[in-house]
Design a protein around this ligand. Structure first.
Ligand code: ADP
Ligand code: MG
Length: 462
């Protein structure tokens, strides 16, 4: 039977917008009239299982796990992706942070894995923390099956992971470096894989990982399904990603809005020498239950954590200079809500899912606007609320504007009670030039383009 939505897929291959998910889902259900009949009898037999997932074609052994996890309704990306992924299509999926992308690719792949077969699926992720987290989520989703999922990542003993690989996993989740290492040792054979996933695909295909990814994905011979997901997938990465896929379907349920509504986003103008004072004031006034402070460098993360300790604040730092066991300890304490403030570099910006993070503070504004989307996406996950505050120097208006253009939203200026920013420092020669310019007769206003309009507004606000 032909599907009305399929016509859109074939001609445009891109389905966007908030309602796309529902449209796709309904159309897919149209194809599956037989499946619907089976579902009706299934729901009569098991009325407690989540029907909305059953409608997408999810089998009972996974529906049972969803009940335990309290997943009642699929998110937009799950609605959009699950039916097509179950049919074996290659998919490039974009959806906002914290909207359940792991289950969107995880459920259909797990369901299509042959439990009697050997290794069939791999998911590559950018950080070790994410490898552990994605493995945990996939394990929870397959808790009512005999499927076996293993994480491989650097920093942990090779022997431990070798032992786990020896237990014949069906699904491996790993960071590229360690996966390559195991491939070279001949203990990880990807030739007969049936499913390949890149989580945080834009990060995985950026210059740092690109070569490794080419190497790893190049090892898979034979027919396989490829699914790439992220919250941010821009032009060049999109083109590059398509090269690894066969006639991919692009599902974008984040087009109109890249960040979640439930995040209250604001910025405070602060010079570098004011930032710590400002951070202390915000922590005191807002009393965030759990908060991440993002810095651009390890040195700043270390320095702030020291100062917070001196001020008796329960904080821990996480960055690439810590040994893996220290990183694991910090993440475990943070997940168990044993620390109030996590001071982090962008190592923790991607994918990390810790419930109830109430505040994200960008102590340093990120250089890359996409990093902003990922950092603030650590809060307001799956419908919760969150606050994101960014410290912006007087000369950083351009960076803020680039972020606003990317997220298509204006970040509001926030006043913090009791905080007054210092005057921006200017060398004496520049001061004189600035004064001269102020006294010069006004020039006629130039014609505004969208970008220059943003810039002008920013200059006025800062
Ligand atoms: P993303 O990868 O989009 O940032 P995750 O896959 O990490 O998001 O999911 C965020 C959180 O939401 C996880 O804790 C996950 O268990 C939970 N979650 C995912 N899908 C659902 C759902 N349909 N209902 C309830 N919770 C869900
Ligand atoms: Mg994710």
């Amino acid at each position: 039977m032909s599907c009305p939505c399929r016509a859109i897929d074939e001609s445009r291959r891109i389905i966007t917008g908030r309602y796309a998910a529902l449209r796709i889902c309904k159309a897919s259900n149209g194809i599956q009239a037989g499946r619907n009949a089976r579902r009706c009898s299934l729901m009569q037999q098991h009325p407690d299982l989540p029907e909305a997932f059953a409608e997408l074609g999810v089998e009972v052994r996974f529906l049972k796990a969803l009940v335990k996890l309290n997943f009642v309704k699929p998110s937009d990306i799950q609605l959009a992706m699950i039916p097509h992924a179950l049919e074996g299509k290659d998919i490039l999926g974009q959806a906002r942070t914290g909207t359940g992308k792991t289950a969107a690719f995880g459920l259909p792949i797990l369901q299509n894995i042959d439990p009697d077969g050997r290794l069939q699926a791999i998911c590559l992720v950018p950080t070790r923390e994410l490898a552990v987290q994605v493995t945990a989520e996939l394990t929870r989703l397959s808790q009512c099956t005999d499927l076996h999922i293993v994480a491989v990542y650097g920093g942990q003993k090779v022997a431990t992971q070798l032992h786990q690989l020896g237990r014949k996993p069906h699904f491996v989740v790993g960071t590229p470096g360690r996966v390559m290492d195991f491939m070279q040792r001949g203990v990880l054979n990807l030739q007969s894989l049936k499913f390949a996933v890149l989580d945080e695909v834009d990060r995985m295909l950026d210059i740092g990982f690109r070569e490794d990814i080419r190497n790893i994905l190049g090892r898979i011979h034979g027919d396989h399904q490829t699914i790439f997901v992220s919250a941010t997938i821009e032009g060049e990465i999109r083109r590059l990603a398509r090269r690894y896929m066969t006639d991919p379907m692009e599902l974008d349920v984040s087009k109109d809005q890249m960040t979640v509504d439930a995040i209250d986003q604001s910025y405070v103008t602060a010079e570098p020498r004011d930032k710590y004072r400002l951070l202390r004031l915000i922590l005191k006034q807002e009393q965030p239950p759990i908060c991440i402070v993002f810095c651009n460098t390890k040195a700043v993360a270390r320095k702030i954590t020291k100062k917070l300790h001196a001020d008796d604040i329960n904080a821990m730092e996480i960055h690439g200079d810590l040994a893996q066991n220290q990183r694991d300890r910090v993440m475990a304490s943070f997940r168990n809500h044993k620390i109030d403030v996590l001071v982090a570099t962008d190592l923790a910006a991607r994918g990390i899912d810790v419930s109830e993070i109430s505040h994200i503070i960008n102590y340093d504004i990120p250089q890359d606007p996409e990093v902003y989307v990922h950092r603030i996406g650590r809060t307001a996950r799956m419908g919760a609320k969150g606050v994101a505050i960014t410290f912006v120097g007087n000369d950083q208006g351009k960076e803020l504007t680039t972020i606003e253009i990317l997220i298509n939203e204006q970040v509001r200026h926030r006043e913090v009670e009791g905080f007054k920013a210092s005057e921006p420092w200017q060398p004496p020669a520049e001061q004189a030039a600035a004064q001269q310019a102020a006294e010069a007769p006004a020039k006629p206003a130039p014609k505004l383009t969208l970008a220059s309009k943003f810039k002008t507004r920013r200059r006025r606000r800062l």
